[in-house]
Ligand binder design. Structure first.
Ligand code: HEC
Length: 156
């Protein structure tokens, strides 16, 4: 085998490993999140709004201190927000069917997206393929001074 062919094969192996590592780094659906710390809710009733839905935000226990301080999230911290339809029931706004679940997981290797892995899951908890840098991180950069997290703790 000549050197050029070996070099090409070597580069292919590197590319395949990179893809495999990226897949391994993709966060899994946080199936136990209902037992995590509940943080807050928000309702956006306008269906035309990009964030339409009834949201509840949760954080893993180890991220709670950082959440309260707005900085210092430990590696592995997860934040999750399920989006439900907004339903009107006898004058009350209540959560309807689950539409999707969004996740941020602290990973210092995710340097392109502020040290967080962003992921979205459909109503069956299956991962949604998307460009998370453009579709998620870009908007979250507005909160750079709070390590890209929008939600804030309310003491009372
Ligand atoms: C248009 C701006 C925008 C986009 C795009 C966006 N988010 Fe958010 N995100 C917000 C806002 C505002 C909040 C806080 C309000 C809420 O949901 O209650 C939030 C909250 C979150 C939270 C809870 C932690 C926090 O920051 O408050 C997670 C997790 C999250 N988003 C993940 C994602 C993922 C994953 C995507 C891409 C699929 C995404 N977001 C796209 C604006 C955005």
């Amino acid at each position: 085998m000549n050197r050029k062919v070996m070099l090409v094969l070597g580069l292919c192996a590197v590319a395949v490993t990179a893809v495999a590592e990226d897949k391994a780094a993709a966060p899994e659906f946080p199936k136990d999140y209902r037992g995590w710390q509940y943080v807050k809710s928000m309702v956006i009733a306008d269906k035309k709004h990009g964030l339409y839905g009834f949201h509840h935000v949760f954080v893993t226990g180890k991220g709670l201190k950082a959440f309260k301080e707005g900085k210092g999230y430990p590696e592995g911290t997860e934040l999750v927000v399920p989006f439900y339809e907004v339903k009107e029931e006898g004058g009350a706004m209540v959560p309807g069917a689950l539409m999707k679940t969004l996740l941020m997981k602290r990973d210092k290797k995710a340097t392109d997206t502020g040290g967080w892995r962003f992921a979205a899951f459909d109503a069956s908890d299956k991962p949604l393929e998307m460009d998370v840098k453009a579709g998620c991180f870009q908007c979250h950069t507005a909160k750079k001074d709070r390590e890209f997290v929008f939600s804030e703790w309310a003491d009372k």
